[in-house]
Structure formats: structure tokens, C-alpha cells
Design a protein around this ligand. Sequence first.
Ligand code: ZN
Length: 162
Amino acid sequence: MGFTPISLDSYVKKHLENNPSENEKDLRKRLNSALSDYHKRVKCSCGNDIWVIGSAAVGNSCFTCITGESYTKDDYEIDTAIKKRENIKGRRHIDEIDPTKIAGFFDDDGYEINTDLIIKPNMCLTCVNDDNPNEELLCNMTRYDQKDDLEFICFGYEKKIN
Ligand SMILES: [Zn+2]
């Protein structure tokens, strides 16, 4: 499962190439409206997140309800509507925190990351850097960056000898 991310401008360009009769202004207006609904957490009637690109054409619905397919292989989705699917409820935004008290780390959108919730790959348990407090932040960032990847890759990995 996974959309191919595309920027709004690249998508508009691509779409106009394939559909020369489409009006660019109109297309952008529909995409922006679906995108803003997505960010307002408007859902499909089935409860899923809406698929912005498809919704711009047929009205707010999710990928499955629009295409009848249960998952996407290589369909496009506007990049800013992909990364934000994780739950941000209860997480503080960097702008809400007293600047003298900022510690820990934050995702690209500025939300605080609770390091306790980062899953530790099994590989880490056999690494010399495991439980080294000086490496912990770096390790967590490496894990967090790859949280959606199927395979975990770490260049800091060194096998523990025991
Ligand atoms: Zn749906």
C-alpha cells in the first residue's frame, strides 16, 4: 500500500499534459479545495481519509470508494496529503512550547515526537550502541525516519560481542 507522492504543481502539469482540454485554474481550485478538506480531516463517507487527487475529480471520497480497488500500487497523491496521516492528537506543536523549554525532537511538521513510542528494531538489540545514552537521540532519529519503511537500515550499527 502506498501512493506515489507528487507535488501539487507537478501533478497539475502532468494532468494538463494528459488532459489538454482541462482548465488549469479550475483544476487547481478543485485540488486546493480537496486538499484543504483533507487537512480539515474531512473523511470519506466510509470513514477513510479522502484521496485528494481523486476527490478533486469526483468529490470527497477515499481511494477505495473512488476506484473500487482496496489498495494503491502506483497512483499519485499530493505529497502534503501523505505524510500527515499519523495521529497528532495529544502531541505538542513546537510553536506552543516555551522556547526556553524545548528539548527532545520534532517531526518535519513541528510536532513533538514521543520517543517512547518509537519501535526499536530487533537489530538494535544486538548493537554496541544499544543503551548508550550518548547515542540514544541519534538512534531514535534513525528509527523514526524509517518508521514507515519495510526494512531498517542503520549505518551506525556495530554488532555487540559477548
Ligand atoms: Zn471510502
